[in-house]
Write a protein that binds this ligand. Structure first.
Ligand code: SAJ
Length: 430
């Protein structure tokens, strides 16, 4: 069985921002590495040694891309001693977790099974998914845990755009369905990660870690977003106050308000806990409230623009408003759950003329560059604090006769902008 000989082959299902760096790392560590993805275009790019998306870790290690046996054919799973599942786990419009990609991946594993396989789930899931949904798929197919397969969970912790932390150096937590499975998983992760691997008491504990980590972040962002609304009324600059509070060297962790919370993790993961706990009869009132606060921020941002236009007696209707940035966070090309989407839809409802520009998402931009963008706008909502925007000389706004700016990420030079006679409204910062 796999655990009785040196494990040599690994298959990664899902070659996205989590799976691809992991596959590269396995290849770097001389595993025979297979990569399975539905997207033929992505697979062909990887085969050509090209990265399907911008990420520093990948750019720096392009050589290992070609070492991956990338394919769209699930039969490659038959060769793997270890299978790692890195497929998306989004939520639907009612914020219920969508587990289809995950259960489909498990069906592929069943159909292309190799005896003794270690099956690791890295996708973010709520406590109980492995035991209650994934394990039964394997067992009902006649596979025996501890003999035909071992099941484990090692939640991914990839932080897109992070130049310091990556798959090779982020500590991990690990849970498995049996001691032998835990031992196999520990050996695997210790062979590819130069950081501590903490063994949890169960798969459920490992599942709970990730949703707790990201719910922690969501509630802290909600805390400062609520403060921002309050401080707008109190005329207190929240950015200065948080920077002040952050001088306390312990028991404080700075988070900053903004136009809303986007991405594939933070606005999604808390719902995993909320929905699962509800099934067991517990209502996470606090987590739900935090989600409501964060979900209210895109509208709050558009209302701030409405207030500024009212001050200069400009109607929203037919005024050209620039949406500066589309991505959910700085210096990445990712639109998932981006607040920009809701902000644009609100501006459309108010019949504003909209000009979009994001240097990282040119295909969705209405203009080719920032210079043209500034020329065409009367007012601007900054949505993403891309470095190119945050370092822009405020005089550029004046030169282009911009009348009003809502700084959705509090990243612009407020005082200079106001001194230039331009109306300015941050989030909790006027
Ligand atoms: N945001 C705020 N205020 C903040 C921090 C973030 O409004 O103080 C917004 C961002 O603009 C973005 C959203 O929240 O729209 C999420 O930002 P994020 O920095 O948390 O970025 P993510 O979604 O890439 O989160 C990842 C997560 N990593 C994993 O789930 C593996 C998260 O756990 C990390 O804490 C986070 O990176 C990180 O630390 O940067």
């Amino acid at each position: 069985m796999a655990n009785e000989k040196k494990v040599q082959s690994v298959a990664i299902i899902g070659l996205g921002y989590v799976g691809l760096p992991l596959a590269m790392r396995c290849a770097e560590k001389d595993y025979e590495t297979y990569g399975l993805d539905l997207d033929k275009q992505k697979v062909d790019m990887i085969k050509r040694g090209e990265s399907p998306f911008k990420e520093k870790f990948i750019e720096e290690r392009k050589a290992s891309l070609k070492k991956i046996k990338a394919s769209t054919d699930p039969a490659i799973l038959k060769h793997a001693d270890i299978v790692v599942v890195c497929v998306p786990t989004p939520v639907d419009e009612k914020f219920f977790p969508i587990l289809t990609p995950l259960s489909s991946a498990m069906e592929l594993i069943v159909k292309n099974h190799k005896a003794g396989q270690l099956i690791m789930i890295e996708s973010t899931i709520n406590p109980g998914i492995c035991d209650e949904i994934l394990m039964p798929i394997l067992v009902q197919a006649g596979l025996k845990e501890g003999a035909d397969f071992f099941l484990g969970h090692c939640p991914e912790r990839i932080n897109p755009g992070d130049i310091k932390w990556n798959v090779s150096n982020i500590p991990r937590v690990l849970g498995a369905s049996s001691p032998k499975g835990l031992e196999m998983a520990k050996k695997f992760y210790e062979s590819i990660i130069d950081a501590p691997i903490k063994l949890m008491g169960s798969i459920k504990e490992a599942e709970a870690c990730k949703v707790v980590e990201n719910s922690f972040r969501d509630i802290n962002i909600a805390f400062v977003n609520e403060l921002a609304k309050s401080f707008d009324k109190l005329e207190i600059d929240i950015k200065n106050v948080i920077d002040g509070a952050a001088t306390k060297p312990f028991a404080f962790m700075a988070h900053y308000p903004g136009r809303g919370v986007g991405g594939h993790c933070i606005p999604v993961d808390p719902y995993y806990l909320i929905e699962r706990a509800k099934e067991s009869g517990f209502d996470h009132k606090f987590l739900r409230t935090a989600r409501e606060i964060n979900n209210s921020m895109p509208n709050y941002t558009v209302e701030a623009m409405q207030d500024l236009l009212n001050e200069i007696k400009l109607p929203m209707k037919d005024t050209t408003i620039g949406v500066m940035g589309l991505s959910y966070k700085a210096n990445v090309d990712d639109l998932r759950e981006s607040p920009a989407i809701k902000i644009i839809s609100e501006l459309k409802k108010k019949k504003a003329k909209i000009i979009r520009y994001d240097p990282f998402i040119k295909k969705m931009s209405d203009v080719p560059d920032l210079k043209t963008f500034l020329k065409k706008c009367t007012a601007i909502i900054l949505v993403t604090n891309h470095s190119e925007f945050a370092t822009l000389d405020p005089k550029e706004f004046k030169k282009n006769n911009i009348k009003a700016i809502v700084d959705g990420m509090n990243c612009l030079e407020k005082e200079k902008i106001k001194k230039l006679g331009i109306k300015y409204h941050g989030i909790g910062r006027k």
